[in-house]
Design a protein around this ligand. Structure first.
Ligand code: NAP
Length: 490
């Protein structure tokens, strides 16, 4: 748990907290909950339980020493006494110390034990802590749960942290009791099934952004590649061939040329797996064969690819706005004006350049706006308010609009530079040419799938038609356009 979790979270006795709670908790008929252990988790849990109207009895090896850190309403006593009194007992001790509790076995027989423990690292093949606890206490009903809730969240209340509590147990009765308790504490219980699912629940808080690993790695690799490419073309080449020192470009200009390159390629990578999946289905003539693992993972990570693309595009916008603030830009402007005056030129207005710039900026702003819209629409709180068709329309159709706008933005940046031999420094093509390959391929692939024959065939396959089974199959007329809309959305 993070360091902040290990701070003393609870006000001690005599701090004046919870007078009214005491009255409520003392009312007859209020259930009694036991907690074994007096650490951070136990203290936070006791406070939340007391605030939710429960009697709490805490079992400690050294009750006298620990009592001062608990709210007044909770009774702190020996482990045996706590185990004897309560029917539902939280085991808030580390799993390596579970075995020291075996002498409580008779007192805990027939009772519900809630295992809140977490491991130190992800456990893939060993038996879970909860299953080990169930082996130690075969006469008790073990429920796994609350391990994904930090002591801090318990202390602050469910409104501040994650509200979901994942529960599993082999005893339906015990699980129902803990479910009820969750509701009363303001949490949302999520039934994950039998105790065999406890390993999954124990691993949950130990994952470190598993779905972000490949998209982030991809973004960093692309950034490194394009940065070095631009550095070579814009800084090293002028220095080597003409002795021109352009190293000042490294922190802003080179980064600002690199960011949009990464953003556009990452955006194309959002839509490429959908095309691959559609082509694979057309080629196989069935949807009933699994995609290869890499394609499955790629399809599942499209949201993260899109958000990485949005981040790079947003940074590019900020960098671009800052370009005129730099001293180097001011010097360049003054020098150009000075040269112009010296050459006796009065007007440097070039219509073609003006139009190119206006269109280029407008397309860029539109692309960023659409990307921002897609990013907001991918937030769970927003995505949950739309139905599947609306979600697919936003992420597919509007997403393709964003990709088209970003591609037009890059094409306008390139304009006729692709045909200028001076742009091929050391025979290296300009960056925008490399960047455009993937988005153009994706857009053309999408257009190809929109062709009626491909869209119709794909629609039939998605409705269960198979090439190798000679079954008569007719699509309802009004479904045909749906196939076109979802041609690349898998
Ligand atoms: P902690 O502060 O170290 O408390 C552990 C408690 O276990 C001690 O205070 C001790 O209380 C008791 N204990 C019983 N037998 C023990 C023994 N043989 N050796 C040492 N201690 C013994 O730990 P914690 O942070 O409260 O965590 C407790 C459990 O909750 C762990 O399994 C952890 O994975 C889980 N958890 C914690 C958090 C969190 O945010 N802290 C979140 C989710 C899950 P007495 O000395 O009074 O007996």
């Amino acid at each position: 748990m993070p360091d902040e979790m290990s701070r003393l979270l609870i006000r001690g006795r005599g701090d004046g907290g919870g007078g009214s709670r005491h009255l409520e908790a003392s009312a007859p008929g209020v259930p009694l909950i036991g907690i074994l252990g007096t650490g951070d988790f136990s203290r936070s849990l006791a406070t939340r339980l007391v605030a939710s109207g429960y009697h709490v009895v805490v079992g400690s090896r050294t009750p006298k020493r620990s009592a001062a850190t608990f709210p007044e309403e909770a009774e702190v006593t020996s482990q045996l006494e706590a185990a004897n009194q309560a029917d539902l007992v939280f085991v808030a001790v580390f799993p390596e110390h579970h075995s020291t509790l075996v002498e409580l076995k008779p007192a805990l027989a027939g009772k519900t034990l809630v295992d809140v423990s977490n491991g130190l690292q992800i456990n893939r093949d060993r038996v879970s802590n909860a299953e080990q606890l169930a082996d130690l206490f075969p006469e008790s009903c073990v429920v796994k749960g609350f391990n994904t809730i930090s002591a801090w969240t318990l202390q602050a209340g469910p409104r501040d942290g994650s509200r979901q509590v994942f529960l599993c147990s082999d005893s339906q009765k015990a699980k129902s009791a803990v479910t009820q308790l969750c509701h009363r504490m303001g949490f949302v219980p999520v039934d994950v099934g039998l105790l065999s699912s406890s390993l999954e629940i124990e691993n949950l808080p130990l994952h470190l952004f598993p779905s972000w690993r490949i998209p982030v790695l991809c973004t960093l690799s692309l950034f490194l590649f394009f940065y070095l490419y631009n550095f070579l073309r814009d800084v090293v080449q002028p220095y080597v061939t003409a002795g021109k020192r352009s190293f000042y470009k490294m922190p802003i200009e080179t980064v600002n040329v690199t960011l949009p390159s990464v953003a556009l390629v990452m955006l194309a990578l959002v839509y490429l797996p959908g095309l691959c999946a559609a082509v694979l289905q057309l080629w196989r003539g069935t949807k009933y064969r699994r995609f290869p693992g890499w394609l499955d993972r790629w399809l599942a990570g499209r949201k993260q690819f899109g958000l990485c693309s949005f981040l790079c595009a947003a940074l590019h916008a900020v960098y671009s706005l800052c370009l005129p603030m730099r001293k180097s830009a001011r010097f360049k402007l003054m020098n150009a004006a000075f040269k112009q005056v010296k050459a006796g030129q009065e007007d440097s207005w070039v219509d073609e350049d003006v139009w190119r710039m206006e269109l280029y900026l407008s397309a860029g702003i539109m692309a960023l706006g659409l990307l921002a819209f897609l990013a907001v629409a991918s937030l769970p709180s927003v995505a949950n308010t739309v139905n599947w068709r609306e979600f697919s329309f936003i992420q597919s159709s509007i997403g393709y609009c964003a990709l088209s706008m970003a591609t037009v933005h890059t094409l306008l940046f390139g304009w006729n530079r692709a045909f200028d031999s001076a742009q091929y420094r050391w025979h290296l093509p300009p960056t925008f040419l490399l960047v455009l390959i993937l988005p153009l391929a994706v857009l053309l692939g999408r257009l190809a799938l929109l062709a009626p024959c491909a869209a119709h065939q794909l629609q039939k396959i998605r409705r269960g038609w198979e090439k190798n089974r000679h079954i008569r199959f007719t699509l309802p007329d009004d479904d045909c356009h749906n196939g076109v809309e979802e041609a690349s959305h898998v």
